[in-house]
Design a protein. Sequence first.
Lengths: 114, 117
Amino acid sequence: AQTVTQSQPEMSVQEAETVTLSCTYDTSESNYYLFWYKQPPSRQMILVIRQEAYKQQNATENRFSVNFQKAAKSFSLKISDSQLGDTAMYFCAFMGGGADGLTFGKGTHLIIQP
Amino acid sequence: EAGVAQSPRYKIIEKRQSVAFWCNPISGHATLYWYQQILGQGPKLLIQFQNNGVVDDSQLPKDRFSAERLKGVDSTLKIQPAKLEDSAVYLCASSLVGMGVTVDGYTFGSGTRLTVV
């Protein structure tokens, strides 16, 4: 079974700063997907960024980028120029190549201070 | 495009009572998932349907939880009887069939917050 570990329960940074959220995972599969989801108080899970394991290039979406280290099984999220609206819970998630269900970490509560 | 609809938004019940949650996926999405999110944790997959058949229910507590997806569209998740530890947010998600398309189409609803007292 896969496991996803997020070791930072809470992080707080000032607006406009850069912040990096950590995630490690454990799997024996070679083909899989990794995701970062944002969950605001509205509870809806919003996809921030995804990474296919077979791609060496790190994914980037505007201010969000990942550092994917396949050998180390590490998948960190970098948020540049952080904004007040980025305040939320952030979850790292894994999807194996043979199934569609997601395995989530426990989450990191990110607080952006004005 | 309408999102994944869930109701009710909130529910408070006493232990040993029964409760049901409803989910309407995005039109055309063949795969539907129910997740349980206990406070302070990430969501955990309870059950996955493809059309109206069950793909994975390995983490569903079948002695008290049941789910169905009639006609491969709407789905209902039921708990009977409820326990205090069932207090959680129940999230529904849907996606398109097929691995590559599934990744693009994975969409969550806003969930139902259940409190068992």
